[in-house]
Design a protein around this ligand. Structure first.
Ligand code: HSE
Length: 458
């Protein structure tokens, strides 16, 4: 027997917000009461009147599925029914919308598909789930005529999905470049401004609730790649193709290269880039040198920013918190408010899941990273600069790599070596890799050449 959720709602005094007293509430089943779930619950309680005044309906958290019932009982009031089986929520006939904030791609996928099969709308902040299984989930939702909303999945507080899906609909988008992982941006900022170690900065990011349950997703660039997948689909009308994203994280970055880049007037940021390139669609996440006076260079801590270049609007920039409990809740609740307004409309009048009508999506070819053209920062550790430098420059020129700037610094840890830093002209990746592979065999070049891509973003 299902519990009657209507009967469990106490009549609460939320002031004199007329619509919420007339219209039935939107009944939400919340899956998970971790960082995002608890934030969502808190903000919905705190701003109930304000939210109802905007949405026209009260949003009631009717059921909450949690692992630890005792802990949850201290966080939610007694109007919400607590269960430890999330399938009870997605199968409950009185739930209108399921908010999935448990994360992961196994149980979460089953729950979301089950909710959709039951005709329920879904709001999720689960970027991994949608990046990997978006096509299947959106197709199922389309067949059922239900909404799957995910503003909280990308750059949490920034309404970038709304901007792309609604604000930019007139435009042919050329590229998107963004700092879309709060944890890594926090780590890079702490290392630069406070000289913090990578490990300490990461531990801080975990303590502050920015990092993924498995922080390797942040550090290795996977989380940013999940978000980039969704951005690219919304920008270009391509299906979710996480498998095509070239991903490099910040784990291999050396503080010496961050410092050398600084001295040359650049900052290193982990960027997600989706771009219509000459060789196809470019989808890539990697540390990137950007000019120190570029707007994105000033995005610090756990903040995110997404820059969009389009033909009519030109360059637009969106900035805000990229991680955090209530920061993500803000987006999750915005999706719920949208649902309050549109749940009664016919499905074809709703905004398409990925900005384009499902029948208009085109699986554009994605360029192989070897074919992508970029400028590069290179650092070679050389034994003696006097004779080696001209020889290296000659070799690179012969291989088709033109050098724009050359600086030689003291090596950070070995007095017998020099750090030779080169900034190249735009070069196709396979040309560069071929040239460097040969150089790395030279006895005067120590170890691997460090490479970081550069972007102008102008
Ligand atoms: N771990 C993610 C980040 C959380 O640091 O950006 C927000 O998606």
């Amino acid at each position: 027997m299902y519990q009657d959720l209507h009967a469990s709602f106490a009549v609460r005094n939320h002031g004199s917000v007329a619509p919420s007293q007339v219209d039935p509430p939107l009944r939400v089943g919340l899956l998970g009461l971790g960082t995002v779930g608890a934030g969502t619950y808190r903000v919905l309680q705190r701003n109930a009147n304000l939210i109802a005044a905007r949405s026209g309906r009260r949003i009631e958290i009717a059921m909450v599925a949690v692992r630890n019932l005792a802990r949850a009982a201290s966080l939610v009031d007694r109007d919400a029914v607590l269960v430890d089986d999330p399938f009870q929520v997605v199968n409950h006939p009185d739930i209108d919308v399921v908010v999935e904030v448990i994360g992961g791609t196994t149980i979460a996928k089953e729950l979301v598909l089950q909710a959709i099969a039951n005709g329920k709308h879904v709001v999720t902040a689960n970027k991994a789930l949608l990046a990997l299984h978006g096509s299947e989930i959106f197709a199922a939702a389309q067949a059922q005529g239900v909404v799957v909303a995910y503003e909280g999945a990308v750059a949490v507080s920034i309404p970038i999905i709304k901007a792309l899906r609604e604000g930019m609909t007139a435009n042919r988008i050329e590229w998107i470049a963004g700092i879309i992982n709060g944890t890594t941006n926090y780590i890079l900022s702490e290392m630069k401004t406070k000289g913090a170690s990578f490990a300490d900065a990461l531990a801080d990011a975990q303590r502050l609730g920015f990092a993924e349950a498995d922080p390797a997703f942040d550090v290795q660039g996977t989380d940013a790649a999940h978000k980039l997948t969704l951005l690219a689909s919304n920008a270009f009308g391509v299906p979710t193709r996480f498998d095509k994203v070239h991903v490099e994280g910040i784990a291999q970055l050396e503080s010496a290269d961050i410092a050398f880049a600084e001295r040359l007037g650049y900052r290193v940021k982990l960027l997600g880039i989706a771009k219509r390139g000459a060789q196809g669609l470019e989808l890539r996440v990697h540390p990137t040198l950007i000019a120190a006076d570029h707007l994105l260079a000033h995005v610090n801590g756990s903040m995110n920013a997404v820059m969009v270049k389009s033909d009519a609007a030109g360059v637009t920039l969106y900035y805000g918190a990229g991680a955090g409990s209530e920061q993500t809740a803000s987006a999750v609740i915005a999706d719920l408010v949208d649902l309050c307004r549109t749940a009664d409309t016919s499905h074809r009048h709703r905004v398409p899941y990925l900005a384009f009508q499902p029948t208009a999506m085109v699986d554009l070819a994605v360029a192989a990273i070897a074919d992508v053209v970029s400028r590069y920062y290179l650092r070679l550790d050389v034994a003696s600069q006097t004779r080696t430098v001209p020889k290296i420059l000659g070799h690179l020129a012969e291989a088709g790599v033109r050098v724009q700037q050359l600086e030689v610094f003291d090596h950070p840890s070995d007095q017998a070596l020099n750090a030779m830093v080169l900034l190249t002209d735009p070069t196709q990746e396979h040309v560069l890799r071929g040239a460097l592979a040969a150089l790395e065999l030279w006895p005067s070049v120590m170890g691997f050449v460090k490479t970081i891509r550069m972007e102008h973003l102008d």
